[in-house]
Structures are given as structure tokens and as C-alpha cells.
Design a protein. Sequence first.
Lengths: 191, 370
Amino acid sequence: MQTLTNRAKVLEQKPLTFMERLYLPNIAKGMAITFSHMFKKRPTINYPEQTRPFSPVFRGLHILNRDEEGRERCTACGLCAVACPAEAITMEAAERKSNEEHLYREEKYAARYEINMLRCIFCGLCEEACPKDAIYLSETFAPANFTRQSFIYGKPDLLIPDPKSQPDEFRMAQGRLEAHKANVKAAKNDQ
Amino acid sequence: MSDEKKLFKVTIDNITVEVEPGTTVLQAARKIGGEVAPPAMCYYTKLKGSGGKCRTCLVEVSKGSTADPRPMPKLVASCRTTVMDGMEVKNITSERVIDARKGVVEFLLINHPLDCPVCDQAGECHLQDLGYGHGDEGTRYEFKRRTFEKHDLGPYIQLHMTRCILCYRCVYTADQVTNKRVHGVLSRGDHSEIATYIEKSLDNDFIGNVIDVCPVGALTDRTFRFKNRVWFTKPVEAHRDCDKCCGKVTLWERGDEILRVTARKDEWGEVNDWICNTCRFEKKKTSDWVIEGPTKVNRHSVISQGHYVGVHKPKETIREVMGGRDPKLLFDIHTVSEVNKPGIDLSLIQGPATSDVFDSNGKALNQPKP
């Protein structure tokens, strides 16, 4: 028969020798290999108690950023939604009222902002498109769930903690954000 | 007529075209079309006396005419310069023009705020196109941009004076299309602003047309304010019987909602026919209109994003395989999603939506307490 490649090997079917027919030496040889692994370094870790460090440019779940006064940065300009190749982002804009100036940075804001994590491919184009420094991809991935409904992420899921009510959490989120921005910048310069 | 009208031969960017005497260089270039036509921010074909203010349509005349072949020493505004026989004009083939236009764009953008993310004109803004096509990436201007006291122009028209480039188009529109003009340009120089002097709302039947003629986002439709971005709406040609105007419009729809009504525009962004305020602001139901079909949008325009034209959908075979049964829907997005709730009809809200609109749904807005 003509072979498809030149790498095919013809299998020789010789009768077993006496040593091979004994079986026991080969079993001992296999057991020795298994036993030797007891002394080798373990390649696995005990997730979730232990975690591995992420790559500096890892793209995980999105967050919506706030400024130092805790006002939302997003103005619902729709550039993330238009950049999104999976069409996962939807939003509805509203006008800021005069008593809401401490909540929103600009006169227009996203009253509703949703990311469908079932559609999202975590490409990071929304982060690149954002002119307002408002959306970033964090270093966490979407938790598994049994229902599809739980993958529609609204504003309460995406917004980072408010610096007024949760100053420590906000600082932590901001610190990680700054490190993330520096990493992305460094990665771009390397290219 | 005893003899035929003499036509002038004019060469623009090495393309020769024959036009009637009295035609402007800009119109001759538009007759050729495409890249050759210089951009215009203030000139408007349908408005008498417009043009000559923004200087974006500057061209180089390298040969005055057959009779006097000397070139014109300076760049000239093509919207105000009439053609001569044998004239030779350089637009995109001239280094000087490209450089001058870059400077003009920089000047126009000096006081223009960078609020495109907020502005409703974004996506169909002529200044955006101009800046993208002819401008520099950055600005050299380091000082504070001018600001103005807010003027209220009534329930239909929203004025953002900071975005204005003082093209005077809206002033000419009010003069020539409506029977009474109540707004104009007040003050001089850097303080010039579009206003009504005494706080007065614009309420003439045809005053809504100032929104269409505005090349930037200075005058925008208040009934469309912040409802959606232009590129997420789909333009549809429609008409209705109107006793005041021609009733031929473009509807900007989102789903079945009509978010905005504008006049139909030609390839130069100028309206074909003026429409009245009733058509523009008050007819926001699909039942008010006879729909003709989708508007043709340039493939390179951001408005054409997400319009998958000419796509052949593959045949759905699930029904055949399942013995006539439809596939089971895993979940209806509206059971979870807060966006585009069937209960909230944005097109029927007068003016921009606020937190009240979204709160009235029964659910509190997703806001942490301050």
C-alpha cells in the first residue's frame, strides 16, 4: 500500500522473548518510573487556594472606572460598543440633572451599561477605543455559572468601588489599574 | 435665444469640465465630484449669501484665464470665486492648499471643545470629517477655550455655543426659509455668539432646519438629545402628507422606534428640501409615516457600521431536522437586560432622558448611594 507520508513505520510483529513473557521485570520498571515522580517538583497548584500570577497584559473581566471624586467616567459615547467585534456591549444614555453632579463626570452619562459576557471574546478593543479612560479589562476571569442569565453584567457588577464609601477598596482597585496601564504601555512600546 | 450660451472651460486638478459663466469654482469642482471637490463648512448651495467665512475651501488658481494666464497670487475661497474661461485650479494636487487647509482646521478647532463623546452630532459632523481628513493629530493651543453663558432656545433646539464655528448658516436659514428671524450673531470677535438677545425661544414653523444646516453640533435636536448615537440608528427614507412642507424626510430608527427625523441630504451634506417642525419634532410614530426604504449610506461612513447589506442568510435547517418544531429559546434577553426595556419608549419622551425616566420603570437606577 502506498503511504501518505514517508514517516510511516512498518510494525514488526515478532513473538515475545522469554523475559518479556515473564512480565514482572517490565512491571517493576514501570513502577520505578511512577515512584521516581514522588521526588520531582509538582507541576500543579492547589487552585483556588493558590493562584498563579497573571501575564501583565492579561485581559479579563471589564471594570468601569471612576475619577478621584468617585464620579463615573463613562459618558455613553458608544465607541466601545461600535468597536466591539462580538457586539456584546449595549448602553442607554441619560442627561445629568443638576443634583447629580457628584455622580457623573459629564453632562451625559450611561444610565444603563451592559456587557454580555457570553458574547464577549475579551479582545480588549473596548479598552482601546475608550476616549474617557472609563473601561478597562481587569485581571479576573468570568466565574463559571450554571445559568446564562448571570452572564449579563450591568453597571453594579462593573463599576469599581466608590472612593467616598469604600476608600480602601477604591485605592486597591486604582492601584491595580495604574499597574495595568503601565504594563499595557510597556507592552506597546516593546512591539 | 439667438446663439447657444457660451460655456467656460475650467480645469480642476487636471480634470476639465465645462460650466456656465457665473458658476463658482466650488460648484464646478462638485460637478466633477469625489476628492476634487473642496470641503466647505460655511457655504450652502441653498442659502443665498453663504460662504466665504470658514476658509476651508481654499484653492490655488495656477492660471487665471485664457485671456490673462497669470496665476492668482494668493489662495482663493472657491465658494466665492467664479470661474473664467480656461482657468486652471489646483485643489488636492497643490501642496500650498493642503498646508493652508491644515492651518484652517487648526484655527477652527482652537475653541472647539473636545466633547465628541457627548455631542449628538458625532458621526455626521463635518468638522470631525474635516479634522480627520485634513487636520493635524494634536493641537498647539495651550490657553483656555472660550465659554459662554447658556442660552435656552426652547423645547426643540439645543444650542451649544462652545461648539459653534460661526458659519452663519443658521442665520441665513432663519432669514430665507422662515418669515421672521429672532436669532443672530451678537458681539464681536472672540465674543461673537449665536443668541436671541432677549431670552426667546425659536418657534417658527421652519426653524428646525437650522439643525440640519449646522455643520457642527452647536444646534442639535432636543427631541433626539442623548437618545442614541447616530451610528446605532438606521436611516430610512419616508414621507407623509404635510400641508406645510414636502414631507419627504429621513427617519433615524432604532428597532421600531423613530428617534429622530431629519431632512434628506445629498452627497455634500446639504438638504434636498426644507421640512417643517411638525414633521421633524412631533411625528415620532411609525404609523405617521409611509416608509420608502433604507437610505443609501456611504460604505466608509460610520453610520453604515452594523448594517449588513447584501448578506445572504444561510437556510435555517433546524425546523426540518426537529420535525417542524422551532428550536427552544434558552432565554429572553429582556428578562435580564436593563437596556432597551420594552416598557421604556425613548422616542416618545420629549427632550433627553434623565434618571427619572429610567427610575420610573419601577427599578431604582443602579447607583450606589453617595
